[in-house]
Design a protein around this ligand. Structure first.
Ligand SMILES: [Cu+2]
Length: 308
């Protein structure tokens, strides 16, 4: 992200948020320095050597009115600009495209209207995008600093946010709600491309191959709390590139290697403590044989085959 992208309105909310920010910051800055300057001046002016007898002031209606009314006006002005910037954020235009955001420890999945899933958020330039936020476990918060938007993803609550991206480029997405061990790694990119490019990207997917159903089942069974898709080692091994790779496993205390084919992956789910992946603890993963139907286990295996 360049300085240009930060300051020149990467989204339609930059102006409103920055106006409120600069106003509040400016007022605070003015009073911090103003009050400090007056304080220093009074220390000098009313020093005992220059002003040996203090004046007792018994109250002044004029002063009371001034220091009540002026702060009241300042606070109302701050509120006006803050509210003006915020109100539009809750009014989603009717032609907005919808992207579902599924957050979980510790990653984001973005699901588009046609069922395509992605790890980075793709959005078309100059089009309203509504994000529908859900969480599968704890509270997360989707934060795109360059767009000046942030909204909590709360389990069991349907929350939303929207924006219009106005500059092509790639912008950081962060989690702004502390959510555990890998909170700080819960990042992604918002990738803004011209609309034709976005539509081409969106159409380029084969639902048969991706089998997002398998991912859904894994999420519903909290597999992703122990396994990552991106190579990160959590409680269990990452699924990245698992299909067809050689796994070093310990069987009855002896180390051997097996190729992770369909059969191996099914065994790993239904009888995980028979072949224990080297470098990981046995008995952490339970057998899902009686918990997940065989058909659904097949969906999981089909999905695992696609994770490169
Ligand atoms: Cu989080």
């Amino acid at each position: 992200m360049t300085i240009l992208q930060i300051f020149s309105g990467a989204s339609n909310f930059v102006e409103g948020v920055d106006t409120a920010f600069v106003l509040i910051f400016g007022v605070s800055f003015f009073f911090l320095f103003g009050i400090t300057a007056v304080m220093i001046y009074f220390i000098y002016k009313y020093h005992k050597s220059r002003n040996p007898v203090a004046t007792q002031i018994e109250g002044s209606n004029t002063l009371e009115v001034i220091w009540t009314v002026i702060p009241l006006i300042i606070v109302l002005v701050m509120f006006y600009y803050g509210y003006k910037g915020y109100a539009v954020m809750r009014e989603v235009p009717e032609d907005a495209i919808t992207v579902k955001v599924i957050s979980y420890m510790w990653d984001w999945d973005f699901e588009y209207e046609n069922g395509k899933l992605s790890k980075d958020l793709y959005v078309p330039l100059n089009k309203a995008v509504k994000l529908e936020l859900t969480s599968l476990d704890v509270i997360h918060s989707l934060y795109i600093p360059a767009f000046r938007v942030k909204e909590d993803a709360v389990p069991g609550v349907a929350n939303y946010m929207w924006f219009i991206a106005q500059l092509e480029g790639s912008y950081d997405i962060l989690c702004a709600e502390y959510c555990g061990l890998r909170h700080s790694y819960m990042e992604a990119q918002a990738i803004v491309v011209p609309e034709e490019e976005y539509l081409a990207w969106l159409a380029d997917f084969d639902p048969e191959v991706k089998d997002p159903k398998g991912l859904e089942i894994m999420r519903a069974n909290a597999c992703m709390g122990c396994h990552s898709l991106d190579g990160a080692k959590l409680v269990g091994p990452s699924f990245k590139g698992i299909f067809g790779s050689e796994r070093t496993v310990i069987v009855d205390g002896k180390t051997t290697t097996v190729v992770a084919d369909e059969d191996y992956m099914k065994r790993a789910i239904t009888d995980p403590n028979k072949e224990v992946v080297a470098g990981f603890q046995p008995n952490l993963m339970q057998s899902y044989k009686k918990i997940i139907a065989e058909e659904d286990i097949n969906h999981i295996v089909d999905y695992l085959k696609t994770i490169e």
